[in-house]
Write a protein that binds this ligand. Structure first.
Ligand code: MG
Ligand code: ZN
Length: 290
């Protein structure tokens, strides 16, 4: 996460002191080799277990815990605020290019007549995605993270001030395209939804398990391209269930609309159960081991 990439300082000042060293570390010859006989180089056992020369793992873990616990407290405030306003928030996460924005545009087009929708768009730069969302008819706030590679709860709180979604709304939060650290940042959403397109390969849940463990739904997008790509749907489902046995999985195509009615039904069913769940119940998206 961000003690590695150096994008987040927890103070939104985005210090880059660590980033130079860690990016040097991440470039070749440390990057994984394409020689199949080469051994893999392990820097740790997962979140926070990183090795940066001159930087003790204990110190990294302390900083990560401090950042995450501050974020978690703010996320809890967002959650209470959203619940009080009867707003059901979904946090869409994926790698860049999986089709998140197209999926949201299509969903807005299909659902907006039945239910109000507001959108928070996260990208490093540009307001291109928020512009697309607004053209589809929904209010949107664009968050540009600069060098940051994820949204955090503080950014979402600021966007909520701006958006003020009306009661009964769906709030779609499109996170920065990144399958790594957005998994660790609770934004106060009801659920994380991970979007994986069939062009990305069926092994992604095993390669980025934290994200698939944190999500309650996996949308397998771009199924219209299945005849043209080598993608083993069954292997992908098995990989996702291996890291998260409880994850729901829906194949969809934002382009053709295939499978989307099942997604809309999922949203309504989850919205209903979330709205009627007694407050204080631990949300399903807190599955990340820290
Ligand atoms: Mg986008
Ligand atoms: Zn990040």
């Amino acid at each position: 996460m961000c003690a590695i990439c150096g994008c987040g300082g927890g103070d939104h000042a985005h210090s880059h002191g660590l980033s130079d060293r860690s990016h040097a570390l991440a470039s070749p010859p440390y990057a994984s080799s394409d020689h199949s006989h080469a051994p893999s180089i392990e820097f740790g056992a997962g979140l926070a277990a990183v090795h940066i020369p001159g930087w003790s793992p204990q110190r990294t873990i302390r900083i990560e815990r401090a950042i995450l616990s501050k974020n978690d407290a703010l996320a809890e405030i967002n959650r209470l605020r959203l619940r009080a306003a009867d707003v059901f928030a979904l946090n869409f996460v994926s790698s860049p290019g999986s089709g998140k924005t197209s999926l949201l545009v299509r969903t807005i087009t299909d659902v907006l007549s039945r239910r109000p929708i507001a959108v928070i768009e996260g990208d490093q730069q540009t307001s291109l995605d928020a512009d697309r969302i607004r053209r589809a008819g929904a209010p949107a706030v664009q968050l540009n993270t600069g060098n940051g590679c994820h949204l955090d709860a503080h950014m979402v709180a600021q966007s909520l001030d701006e958006l003020s979604p009306i009661p009964g709304s769906l709030l779609f939060i499109e996170n920065v395209g990144n399958l790594v650290c957005p998994a660790a940042f609770d934004l106060g959403e009801a659920h994380k939804v991970v979007v994986l397109s069939v062009t990305e390969g069926e092994d992604k849940p095993l390669k980025y398990p934290n994200m698939f463990a944190a999500a309650d739904l996996m949308l397998l997008n771009k199924t219209d391209l299945l005849p043209h790509v080598e993608f083993d749907m069954q292997a992908c489902v098995e990989a996702a269930r291996r890291v998260n046995p409880a994850i729901d999985i829906l194949p969809v195509s934002a382009r053709t609309g295939a499978g989307l009615s099942a997604f809309y039904d999922w949203i309504e069913a989850r919205r209903l159960s979330y709205a009627t769940a007694p407050p204080g119940i631990e949300p399903l998206n807190r599955r990340i081991s820290r």
